[in-house]
Design a protein around this ligand. Structure first.
Ligand SMILES: C[S@@+](CC[C@H](N)C(=O)[O-])C[C@H]1O[C@@H](n2cnc3c(N)ncnc32)[C@H](O)[C@@H]1O
Length: 199
């Protein structure tokens, strides 16, 4: 039987397989994501840091780097890729344990797919970013959860499809200046990377 599980249970189970199975993400989105990062950020925060796949690149641009994830096992694997990061186990889908207007750069790669309501985190981004701060995230056109297997356990991690026009309306509502980079389908998944600046 294939069980549907939440992010915490699912990624705790899947943590040691993630980098093997999802290393292919590097081949199509990593370069685009990194190209869109600002050269420097005093305070950078990554939501759903996972195993730190792109975190080394964020860390080297930041004076202070905070990484959050709901899964402790994913965070354990992130330690090696972002040794200077302050890692925090937190559900960051709704409220961020951060003060107002303290963050220069907020990054969320392959994270929105696990959020039921992306509006909540976009509102939090507005709250925690300094004016002029950058929010970099992507949307993927995944409509059904892939089946994952670890040993004898077969499961799917609950995920949600968010249409780009819907998310763009929310960005406009919060007065973000945003631009989108489309990662071509042939190259990967046809994901869209949003670089948003708080006005
Ligand atoms: C698809 S992985 C992406 C990991 C990494 N950002 C990358 O690009 O490889 C999604 C990550 O988000 C985390 N996550 C999912 N829902 C979360 C939530 N509500 N709060 C914090 N982390 C969450 C998962 O545990 C997982 O590590």
């Amino acid at each position: 039987m294939v069980k549907m599980v939440g992010s915490r249970e699912g990624y705790d189970l899947y943590a040691d397989s993630y980098s093997k199975d999802y290393r292919k993400l590097d081949s199509f989105d990593r370069a685009d994501f990194i190209r869109l990062l600002p050269d420097k950020a005093d305070v950078a925060v990554e939501l759903g840091i996972g195993d730190g796949r792109i975190s080394g690149e964020i860390e080297k641009r930041a004076n202070t780097f905070i990484g959050m994830d709901i899964s402790m096992n994913m965070l354990r694997n992130a330690v090696h890729r972002a040794p200077r990061a302050q890692l925090l186990q937190a559900n960051s889908g709704e409220d961020l344990p951060l003060k107002n207007e303290k963050v220069d750069l907020l990054v969320a790669a392959f994270f929105f797919v696990h959020l039921k309501d992306p509006g909540l985190i976009i509102a939090e981004a507005v709250r925690v970013l300094k004016p002029g701060g950058i929010f970099l995230f992507n949307l993927i056109p995944q409509r059904r959860e892939p089946e994952l297997k670890v040993g004898k356990k077969r499961f799917k991690i609950r995920s949600y499809y968010h249409s780009p026009p819907h998310v763009e309306k929310i960005l406009d509502y919060h007065w973000f200046n945003w631009e989108v980079t489309i990662v071509p389908e042939g190259k990967g998944w046809g994901s869209k990377i949003y670089r948003c600046q708080k006005t």
